[in-house]
Every structure is written in C-alpha cells, then in structure tokens.
Design a protein around this ligand. Sequence first.
Ligand SMILES: *[C@@H]1O[C@H](CO)[C@@H](O)[C@H](O)[C@H]1NC(C)=O
Ligand SMILES: *[C@@H]1O[C@H](CO)[C@@H](O)[C@H](O)[C@H]1NC(C)=O
Ligand SMILES: *[C@@H]1O[C@H](CO)[C@@H](O)[C@H](O)[C@H]1NC(C)=O
Ligand SMILES: *[C@@H]1O[C@H](CO)[C@@H](O)[C@H](O)[C@H]1NC(C)=O
Ligand SMILES: *[C@@H]1O[C@H](CO)[C@@H](O)[C@H](O)[C@H]1NC(C)=O
Ligand SMILES: *[C@@H]1O[C@H](CO)[C@@H](O)[C@H](O)[C@H]1NC(C)=O
Length: 604
Amino acid sequence: MHRHLFLLPLLLIVCKASFLPPPVAAASSLRRIPATNITLETFDPTLPPALMSKTPPKCSLLVLHHVFANTVGEPPAIANFTSPLACPAPWTRVVLELSLSASDVQKDRIAAVWVDGAEILRTATPLPMAAGAFWKVQKDVTRYTALFRRLCSSGGTAGHAGAVSMMLENSNASLPGVYSANVTLHFYRGPLAGAAPNRFAYMAHPMAKDIYRRPADFIIPVSREDGDCGSGFWFRLENDTNPPPAAAVAVPRNTHRAVLEIFASYHGADELWYANPLRAAYDGGGATANGAFRQIYATVDGRFAGGHIPFPVIYPGSINPFFWSPVSAIGAFDLPTYDLDLTPFLSLLLDGQPHEIGLGVRDGQPYWLLAGNLHLWVDPWSDTVAAGVIDYRAPPLKVNRHAEWRNSDGGSEINAEGTVRFSGWVSSSEGNLTTTVRQKVKFRSQVEVQNRGAVMQVEMTNKERTTVGVLQRGAATAAARVQILVEAPLQMKTERVKAVGGAVFERARVSHQLQEVVNLNENGQAVAVGVLTDRQEAEGSVLRKEGEGAAAAAAVLPVWGSGSTRATYKYRDGSSCYMRAVSAAEGVVKSDMTSASCATAAAE
Ligand SMILES: *[C@@H]1O[C@H](CO)[C@@H](O)[C@H](O)[C@H]1NC(C)=O
Ligand SMILES: *[C@@H]1O[C@H](CO)[C@@H](O)[C@H](O)[C@H]1NC(C)=O
Ligand SMILES: *[C@@H]1O[C@H](CO)[C@@H](O)[C@H](O)[C@H]1NC(C)=O
Ligand SMILES: *[C@@H]1O[C@H](CO)[C@@H](O)[C@H](O)[C@H]1NC(C)=O
Ligand SMILES: *[C@@H]1O[C@H](CO)[C@@H](O)[C@H](O)[C@H]1NC(C)=O
Ligand SMILES: *[C@@H]1O[C@H](CO)[C@@H](O)[C@H](O)[C@H]1NC(C)=O
C-alpha cells in the first residue's frame, strides 16, 4: 500500500514556502527506535473470538500454508480442503485463524481469505519495521458454515471437499520482506462455556453485525471470477462507474430471506479518502480533490438496493506507522463488512434465472477492492416461495459540498443525509411475512488546511440507523425487529515541517471510534441488546526521507519515530461485559488490562 498520499501535495506546497528546521523541543523529544526494541507481535485488542481456553476446539485443521513474495498480478494461492470426518457438521462455532510473519521490512499490504470463492476475511498486514514481525488474526466464521458444509467437488472422501484460497499482493522488489501465512480452521462441537442462548456475547464477533442467529443455508459469492467453488477474487474498481461491476447469480426458488455482505478496502489514490479535501493543489497518486465522502452500494439488476458509508479503517502504514505498532488501528486486521438485507428484493430474484448483483463506490477513486457474499435462507418445506415488492423508496443521499480556499489554504465541508425504505413480502411455510428495511444516514466531514498546506485537520462523523422489521400478515406487532445504530467519529491533525537533508518531520494526532448498538425485539419484547465501543487515541511524530521510485518504497520506513496509542475495546450485552484497555508507546505495550466484569467497566 502507498502511504500518506494526501500529504504529498502538502509537501509540494510546503516546499515552495521557506522552511524552518523542526522545532528544537520536538526534535529533541524524538528518539531513534532501534528495530530490536520494537515489539515484534502486533495485535488488535478486540473480543476473544472463542473461549479457546475453556472449551477447546474439537478439530483444528491447517488448511493453507503459503509464502507471498512477488504476487502482484498472480492468482490467489489455493489449497484443497476436506472438512474433518472426526467432527462433522453441524458445529457450534467455527473460528478462522490466520497466522502471519514477515521475513524482513516491507510495506503494509492487503490480503483476503476465500472458501470456495466466497470471501471470509479481508485484512491488512502491519507495516513490518523489523525482521521477524508476526501477528495472528482470529475471526468467528460461524456465519459461513454453509461453505464448510457443502460439497463442491467430488473430492473422493466423505465430508466437504472444497478450496481455501488466499491473496496477499506483495512485491519484494524494493523491500526484502516476504509474508508467510498459515490458515487454520477450528471446529467446535457441543456446548460452549459462557455462551448462553439469546446472548450476543461471544456468539459472533459483533463487528460482523451478525444479527442473525442462524447462519445462512447457502452463500453465493459475488466476485470477479465465477467464484462459486473457484478460488474467488475481488472486483477492482478504478472509479465510480455506472453501472458498477456485477456478477450473475441464480438463487434457489425457495429462498425466503437474503442478506448481501460486502467486503471493501481502498487503495492508491483513495487510501486516505477520509482526509481528501474538496479543493487543493492535489496531485500525486492520481487523486482528485473530490472530498472525504464515499458510499459503498449494491444494485440488483441495475436497481439501487442499499448502501453504507464505509468505516475509515486507518491502514498500518498510514499517518504514522508508530501509532499502529504493536496495536493495529480499529478494524485493520478484520476489515468491517457491510450488510444489506435484500429480502424486500426477493421477488426480482426467485424466477430461477441468473440476476446481476452489482457493487459500487460512490465518488470512489482508483482503486477499491470489493467482493460480496449473498447469504440465503431457504424454506425446507417448499420448492418455490412467492414474493412481491410493497414499497421502494431510494432517493440518493443528499450531498452538500461547500469549500472555501485561498491558494493552498482553506476548508471544505460535506454533509450527506438521507433515508431509504424497502419493503416486500415473502410467502413461505413460515407464513406471509413482510420485511421492511429502513435506513437513515447522517454524515459530516470537514477538512481544513492551514499554514500554506503544512497543517491539516480532519473531522468526520457518520451516524447510521438501520432497522429491519418482519411482520406476519394480519399481526399488529412485528414478529422480529432489529435496529443497528452505528456511530463513527474520526478526528485527525497533522503538521509537517521540512527538516534538514530533504527529510520531513510530521507530528500527528488521531482520535477514532466505532460504536455499534444492536437492539433485537421479538413479538414486541426486547430480547437482546449489544453495545460495542472501540476507541483509539494516538499521537506522535515521525521523520521521513522522501524519495522517488525505488527510493520512495525504501522511504516507507521512517528514519525516526515516536508514537503512543491508547485503545479501549468494550462490549456489553444484557448479561455480560468484556473490556480490554491497552496502552502502548515507542513500539511496546505499557499496560494491557482485560476485564470480564461490568462493574469494573462501568467504573472506567
Ligand atoms: C532498547 O533496548 C536496549 C537493549 O536491548 C535497552 O538498553 C534500551 O533501554 C531499550 N530502549 C527502549 C527505548 O526501550
Ligand atoms: C485439488 O484436488 C483436485 C482433484 O480432487 C486436483 O485435481 C487438484 O490438483 C488439487 N489441487 C491442489 C492445489 O492440490
Ligand atoms: C506455519 O506452520 C508451520 C508448520 O506448522 C510452522 O513451521 C510455521 O512457523 C507457521 N508459520 C506461521 C507464520 O505461523
Ligand atoms: C523475493 O522472494 C523470493 C522468495 O523468498 C526470492 O526467491 C527472491 O529472490 C526475492 N526477490 C528479491 C528481489 O529479493
Ligand atoms: C473510470 O475508469 C475507467 C476504467 O479504468 C476509465 O475508462 C474511465 O475513463 C474512468 N472514468 C473517470 C471519470 O475517471
Ligand atoms: C402476502 O401479503 C401481501 C400484503 O401483506 C399481499 O399483497 C400478498 O398478496 C400476500 N401473498 C400471498 C401469497 O398471500
């Protein structure tokens, strides 16, 4: 990945101005961090995905091992896998464990894991500043059990025979690091300690917004290749094309519920879309100053079917790599996915014919990597179900852009808001159920540039409220209703000064949060509530040498650096609470506190 692209234009502007050396106080507070002093293990303090210590997995299977050296333009690495005979489906839980190490210094890269062509993890690597960096990503993938259960090819043995694939686009041409990866699947059977029914905690990773307690019966990939049972691959979007790239999918005629899950990451000119001003001397990386607003959306046969404003995940090489070592930025190791309930659109899809599911990014610039999974629940008692559209109100988000600039300095503001409503009925053996999806979005972004381009301030807030209600025909209260509230504020300030010898001194501060509140009601009664708050604050400085071509790649690694990060992850539902607070500075963990008690967490 490229780093701090948005800062390049600032640098160009700054170069024209006259320069002061770095402030003395700041310079003396800088310490060179020898590689040997950096903690080699990087991690993201989130929920433990499974209570591994209390209930060990029934089977653990190393499904793929691969070394990613020079993989740009290559197909994903692929391995056959057969689900273990010793622990057949159904499973109470399946956990994916991705264990990685970097042989040497390298840029941060993007990677993904697919099962039979359906993506199950999108992840960024840390920026390895020393040889031997390693990390682990664990993700509850119970939501995808349909993939592990079905029979894709006649693999010979009983059980599932399919393919696990992984891509990590790396190049060891200018930096020596190669990434070594192991993909392991842990299958759990039987009751799990601590996991009571009707409880969100530990049932699934809350960031997956896994509001559906029963995993889907089928998962159909929406990916570039004919992914189904293949290796799978993401769509690469250069810009906001209309119509967006699409995959043809045919759904079983007895589908009574459909949810599209979208995986997304941004690169190149859009790697720091959240800091993109509306107007400035913007060049470098091909980025256009089009503002810090993006919307990921899906289409069904060319019709808008819903969208989400992406959560601005800060990649490990972005802003200041010392912030994200050893604690990664929120979501960097398990990029959030975006769910769209497509049940109201089922009447368009149930004719047994293939239909085009498209994935796009409004205002996107080169380039985005997108892929989708269509989660389908079928009616086992019927061969076909009937469905109809009741309401379709999808006005595009109202986006107001305002900019005031004088030469390189100024400010820009974007406000976006809107409400969509989709409603449709599905008549199956469960009755004639009307599903209504309502989504309200309120988004605001401000980008200010001062001191002839040397100071940049970014403020962004996104508030989304999505409600999915299911009403039985003739009933007065909803059979089920889920409300998800997402609030994601980001504040960032960077100051750059040119230092001696063509180096650049950068000081930065970031404050970032993801809050998600999920409420589930059944027959008018609240049955569950879950609140997740993931917060980080970081500040520090780096001194970098700028270069061109191969020198630019080598310049990924700062000459000097300093950074401290505080991360607090809290998850609470009706009956349990989990909290982890980590503080790190100068590349090492200073304190790491985990609590399973709400009393402690409440006192925080
Ligand atoms: C770095 O490591 C050396 C020896 O391994 C130690 O003496 C020094 O105090 C460490 N520096 C920091 C900042 O931790
Ligand atoms: C996977 O299995 C198929 C046949 O079952 C075989 O043709 C293919 O070469 C195998 N692929 C790998 C990567 O082992
Ligand atoms: C992958 O697994 C192999 C064999 O168990 C092990 O030697 C290697 O260290 C593992 N690599 C990583 C990155 O975990
Ligand atoms: C890249 O890595 C591969 C595999 O480790 C190695 O064979 C190759 O020599 C490396 N290339 C460079 C330019 O270092
Ligand atoms: C969008 O990308 C396509 C394909 O790369 C290109 O042909 C087209 O000119 C681009 N459009 C804009 C508006 O940049
Ligand atoms: C299901 O209910 C909707 C209205 O709620 C109605 O329009 C539709 O005809 C019903 N379908 C069947 C098959 O009963």
